[in-house]
Write a protein that binds this ligand. Sequence first.
Ligand SMILES: [Zn+2]
Length: 331
Amino acid sequence: MPSRFIGHSEQREQLARRFQSKKLGQTLLFQGPTSIGKKLLALDLAQKDLCEKNNSCGSCQPCCLYLETNLIDAPPPNLLFIAPEGKAGQIKVESLRSVQDLEGGIFEWLGTSLGPDLHKWVIIDDAHQLNTTSANMLLKLLEEPPSHVYFILITHRPEAMLPTIKSRCERVIISPLDSSEVQQIALSHGWVKGEIPPMLSLAEGTCRYLDLERYERALLQVDTWLKLLEGKGDLRDIDQLLTQKKEDEATASNQWLRDTLELLLRIINDLNRIRYHAEPSLLFYSERLRIISEREIPLREIEDKALEALRHVDRNPSANMILQELAFLLT
Ligand SMILES: [Zn+2]
């Protein structure tokens, strides 16, 4: 939940300028870490295009369509917004086929024009979640996009996308936000200043932990890994983590495992940094990390195991088995 108005101001203006001077590619890939405002930057372009003042003023009627509607079920007329659905978190071919109940789906929607000098925008969030059939269908469109259409694919995992799709797109790299920007956004979401520092050290310039449930899950995950590394934890702590996974209905189960493993890898990375006298990235946990770094722990082995598990995470492996094996190495 980044903010529309905080962060990326230069890039936002630059994209708008390129669009207005007709120098913006028709097929773009916005890539960068999760929860930094990539989707907002993409939507801003489409909103500007429809806005009566061409600056996403926020008050004209077309702008209101952007601000008030559910973008998937009731999108503004120039926008087709596609995102993964369900616990499996895939973008299925039905999403492209059933666009706005049109018989010809996305092809029919793109085939009609809103009028001279008006454009249509297809924004695909988490484009790495396109399954093979939908990716192939999209590929046909990206090969020769109609002249009035812009495609913006968004991803934080470009490595998981089909190379044929990526090669059709112009890449736009979006960087993380500054800590001060994340702090500003947190304050605007009602966070109390004193509670922000631990969140900032976990967030690495993203807004992923502004969601309180997600934040609390991450805190428990970090705490569990640290406890095990401190020699104070046991398999019951892993059981507790797995309870969290079961209760988390919003996150696809492999995504939960990915998040957990990535946090463990960050901790390992921080322990290595401390060994080389650098500051850990999880600044808030510096003290605990420093004490752990003095213990004899097979960091290399743990890292290899976690990386291997991460490589196979899309095949929905048993989280239970992976976490237990890691806990065994850690203790
Ligand atoms: Zn407007």
